[in-house]
Write a protein that binds this ligand. Structure first.
Ligand code: NI
Length: 173
């Protein structure tokens, strides 16, 4: 496995539509393994092909419980219920924005061997599925963010969350 270089905004590759994967070979397996390693090394929850310079429909997501590989993924359905929260991207380093997305998303995808399966994602996992699949169509979350946060606003939000966490911890005791 190897860590690949993450492409950042300004590189036109991030605005291109990716082609489907048609060959389920060792090269694809190596790409997926490299993407998992690159995502973990960067502390990300998801990574899409174009972010490592590959214009193919491949996504990896860390659900917190397991690593999921999504080849040729399609959104099967999304919930009417939405979530509004902080979103960032490894290709937009140091920036965060507020984005509203469906609370739940079901994805149909192939694994590295070409077998199809479905995966239900909630909350951050649904957010990651939708964010990463947008990458495959050349879209970045900054296009749909309701608001991008300045470093000061981000600091303020983080310190508010810290305080809330402390209160919760105290309540548990
Ligand atoms: Ni991203």
């Amino acid at each position: 496995m190897a860590i690949r270089k993450i492409v950042t905004v300004g590189d036109p590759i991030l605005n291109k539509v990716c082609r489907p994967v048609t060959k389920f070979d060792d090269r694809l397996a190596t790409l997926i393994d490299d993407m998992f390693e690159t995502m973990h090394e960067a502390n990300g929850v998801g990574l899409a092909g174009p972010q490592v310079g590959i214009l193919r429909r491949v996504v990896v997501v860390d659900t917190g419980e397991e690593d999921v590989e999504l080849v040729n993924p399609e959104i099967v359905c999304v919930s009417d219920e939405t979530q509004t929260g902080l979103e960032g991207c490894l290709s937009v380093p140091g920036k965060y924005g507020i984005v509203t997305r469906p609370m739940c998303a079901t994805v149909r995808a192939q694994d590295r061997f070409g077998d199809w399966y479905e995966y239900d994602g909630e909350e951050i996992v649904a957010r990651a599925f939708l964010h990463e699949i947008d990458h495959l169509d050349g879209h970045i979350y900054t296009e749909i963010a309701e608001k991008m946060l300045s470093p000061e606003e981000l600091d303020e939000l983080m310190s508010q969350q810290d305080e809330e966490d402390e209160i919760e911890e105290e309540e548990e005791v």
